[in-house]
Ligand binder design. Structure first.
Ligand code: MD3
Ligand code: FE
Length: 217
C-alpha cells in the first residue's frame, strides 16, 4: 500500500496550468506583490484617470480603463489605436512603474519569453455588471510578443475561444493574483470576460482590476 502521509497536501491547482498551446496560467503568481501593484495602479490613475471609452460603434464601454508605459490602448469613434498621449489629459502617459514591469517580465520568462519587454500596460477596472465581449487583441505591431495579464480583486469568469469568433469557448475563473501569458499559437485567440458578479474583495474592494502588458510599438 502506498503511504498516505501526504494525502491532501498537494496544491488544489498546479501552480502552472496549460490552457491551450502557448497559453499558460500561473495561479497566484502575483498575490504576494498585490499591495505594491495596487499602489502603483493608484499612482498611474492619479495621473491618467480611469475612464469609460467609446467604441468605434458608439457604445460606452462598461470597463473603465487607463494606461501606462510608452503607449496606451485607446478607442474612440475613429477607431482603436495605441497612443503615447492620454487623449483626456493631453499629457504623456505615466511611465510603467518598476513593480508592474517586474511582474510582467518574470511571468513571461516562466512561460518561455525571457526577452519580452512590454512598452504598454492597459489597466482595466471592472465594477459589478461590467463585462468585456469576445474580441481579439490585434492592434499590436509584433504578434511574436506575448501578452501578460494580471488579475486583482474580485473573481471573474474568463472566456477563451479559438482563432474564429464562433469557435467554442472554455471558461476559467481568474482570481486575485493570477497571472496568465498568451503567446505563440494562442496570441490571436478570441477572449472575453463575463459580467462581473457583485462582491467585496478584502484587499481590493468592490471591483476587479486587470493589467495587460503588451509589446505595442
Ligand atoms: C488571450 N482583458 O484588455 S486578460 C484586454 O481580464 C482583455 O480585462 C481581459 O482582454 C481582462 O484586451 C482579459 C486576458 C487576455 C488578454 C489578452 C489575450 C487573454 C488573451 C490575448 C490573446 C489571447
Ligand atoms: Fe483582450
Amino acid at each position: 500500500m502506498t503511504s498516505d502521509l501526504f494525502a491532501g497536501l498537494e496544491p488544489k491547482q498546479s501552480a502552472q496550468e496549460n490552457m491551450a498551446k502557448g497559453a499558460i496560467l500561473l495561479r497566484g503568481q502575483a498575490v504576494a506583490r498585490a499591495d505594491d501593484l495596487l499602489a502603483a495602479i493608484g499612482k498611474v490613475s492619479a495621473a491618467s484617470p480611469f475612464r469609460n471609452m467609446v467604441t468605434p460603434g458608439g457604445h460606452v464601454m462598461s470597463v473603465a480603463m487607463t494606461n501606462c508605459g510608452q503607449a496606451g490602448w485607446v478607442t474612440d469613434r475613429s477607431g482603436y489605436r495605441y497612443d503615447g498621449i492620454d487623449p483626456q489629459t493631453g499629457q504623456l502617459l505615466p511611465e510603467m512603474p518598476e513593480s508592474l514591469l517586474t511582474v510582467a517580465t518574470e511571468a513571461a520568462t516562466k512561460a518561455g519569453y525571457p526577452d519580452f519587454r512590454p512598452d504598454a500596460c492597459l489597466i482595466n477596472r471592472y465594477e459589478p455588471g461590467a463585462r468585456l465581449s469576445l474580441h481579439q487583441d490585434r492592434n499590436e505591431r509584433d504578434m511574436a510578443n506575448p501578452i501578460v495579464s494580471v488579475s486583482l480583486g474580485l473573481p471573474a469568469t474568463f472566456q477563451f475561444g479559438g482563432l474564429k469568433r464562433n469557435d467554442p469557448v472554455k471558461k476559467y475563473a481568474l482570481l486575485h493574483g493570477d497571472v496568465a501569458v498568451w503567446g505563440g499559437p494562442s496570441r490571436l485567440c478570441y477572449h472575453g470576460v463575463m459580467m462581473l458578479k457583485d462582491g467585496e474583495h478584502p484587499v481590493v474592494g468592490r471591483m476587479r482590476l486587470n493589467l495587460t502588458f503588451r509589446g505595442a510599438l
